[in-house]
Design a protein around this ligand. Structure first.
Ligand SMILES: [Zn+2]
Length: 196
C-alpha cells in the first residue's frame, strides 16, 4: 500500500496536481499556482479518501441531522460528490449545463419536496456553481442543508447562506494581468481550467 499523505495539499503535490507556472484563472486574474483536482481524483483511492474526509466534515456541521442525498454540478463535482455520497450511504445526483449554459437537473433526476440535500464541488472559487445548484434544489421545494468542497480558493470569503465545509482553505496568490510580475518577465500564460 502506498502511504496516504495526511494533508490534502500533500496529496495534490504528491500526484502532480499542484501546478506551478503562470496561469490565467477563470476570474481573469493571473496566478503562479493552480490546483488541478481532476489529477488527484484520477486516482480512485484518493477520491475515496477525500470523499470520506469531506463527508465527515459535512456530517459534523449538521450534527447528526439527516442527509437524503448529495448533488453536484457537472463536471467538476461529479467524482468527489459521488464519493461523499458513497461515504454517507445516500444517493448522488448531478446538475449540468444545457445548450444555453443554464444549470439544470436532467436525465430523469427529480428532487422530492422536503429532501435534505448536500451540495458538493471539487473547488469553490466564487461559489457560483454551488449557488446555482442551491437554487435548483430550492426551486424543487427541497432543502439545501450544507455545502462542501475539497478546496476553498476564496480564503473562506464565500458565503452561501448555508453551513459550508472545505478540506483546505487557501488564499490564492493572484494579480491583475497589468500588475502580473510573470507577464512583465515575459512568461507565456496558460489557461489550465475546465472552461475554454
Ligand atoms: Zn501574468
Amino acid at each position: 500500500m502506498t502511504p496516504q499523505p495526511d494533508r490534502v495539499l500533500d496529496l495534490f503535490q504528491h500526484t502532480g496536481a499542484y501546478l506551478k507556472g503562470h496561469f490565467r484563472l477563470t476570474s481573469g486574474l493571473h496566478s503562479p499556482e493552480y490546483l488541478q483536482s481532476a489529477i488527484v481524483l484520477s486516482h480512485p483511492s484518493h477520491a475515496e479518501t477525500l470523499g470520506r474526509q469531506l463527508s465527515t466534515r459535512i456530517s459534523a456541521l449538521l450534527k447528526e441531522k439527516e442527509i437524503d442525498l448529495v448533488i453536484s454540478p457537472a463536471l467538476g463535482g461529479l467524482i468527489v460528490g459521488h464519493e461523499v455520497a458513497r461515504a454517507l450511504g445516500v444517493r448522488f445526483l448531478f446538475t449540468e449545463r444545457d445548450a444555453d449554459r443554464k444549470m439544470s437537473l436532467r436525465r430523469g433526476f427529480t428532487l422530492e419536496p422536503g429532501t435534505r440535500a448536500v451540495i458538493v464541488e471539487d473547488v469553490i472559487t466564487t461559489g457560483g456553481s454551488t449557488q446555482e445548484v442551491i437554487d435548483i434544489v430550492r426551486a424543487a421545494g427541497a432543502l439545501p442543508v450544507a455545502a462542501g468542497s475539497i478546496i476553498d480558493r476564496s480564503g473562506g470569503a464565500v458565503n452561501l447562506g448555508i453551513p459550508r465545509a472545505a478540506l483546505e482553505t487557501l488564499h490564492v496568490l493572484a494579480w491583475k494581468p497589468e500588475e502580473c510580475p510573470l507577464c512583465r518577465a515575459g512568461e507565456p500564460v496558460v489557461k489550465p481550467g475546465s472552461r475554454p
